[in-house]
Design a protein around this ligand. Structure first.
Ligand code: FES
Length: 170
């Protein structure tokens, strides 16, 4: 990566991997989205250090790349936790109480939507329809869908999957 690159994801091999990914897709028409998706698939998020690679390859400004990155809800710009809990906030789930569910999980995990718990265990994300509207409210933990989720159920789902923090008496 160039001189201006900071050193987050940018350590040696990762930079080269990111560069190869960018270069492999740069000639596609509308290459920006495929590149962002490919970087996220490979690293789990799009690191700031990858932005100069993209701007150079596609002859775009940093603002243009960042604008697209932040416009689409699915792109992450920081590494996620070991587990990802997504809570659906679209219409059907909202009608069935997803707002209360969101408040409950934010309180339980001590983070807001989009954040990762301090111990790196769980990233909490909102999502707009998981295709499970008939069984709303819905959540997805590590890609596994759960329907008709109450605060008690989401606690049980988390307890069954997420390791308790050290010293916890859960
Ligand atoms: S609205 Fe939540 S799953 Fe469709």
């Amino acid at each position: 990566m160039g001189d201006a690159v900071t050193d987050t994801q940018a350590s040696g091999g990762d930079v080269e991997r990111a560069r190869l990914t960018v270069d492999a897709l740069a000639r596609l028409p509308g290459a920006l989205l495929p590149i962002l998706h490919a970087l996220q698939d490979e690293f789990g998020y799009v690191d700031d250090a990858a932005i100069p690679l993209i701007t150079d390859a596609l002859n775009l400004s940093r603002a243009e790349v960042i604008g697209v990155l932040h416009f689409y809800h699915d792109f992450r710009t920081t590494p996620g936790g070991r587990h990802t809990l997504q809570v659906c906030r679209a219409e059907a789930c909202q009608a069935m109480g997803s707002d209360a569910l969101v408040r409950h999980v934010e309180e339980r995990l001590g983070v807001a939507m989009g954040e990762t718990t301090e111990d790196g265990a769980v990233t909490l994300r909102d999502v707009y329809c998981l295709g499970n509207c008939a069984l709303s409210p819905a959540v997805m933990l590590d890609g596994r869908l759960h329907g008709r989720v109450t605060p008690d159920r989401v606690d049980a789902i988390l307890n069954a999957t997420v390791e308790a923090p050290a010293g916890s008496t859960r």
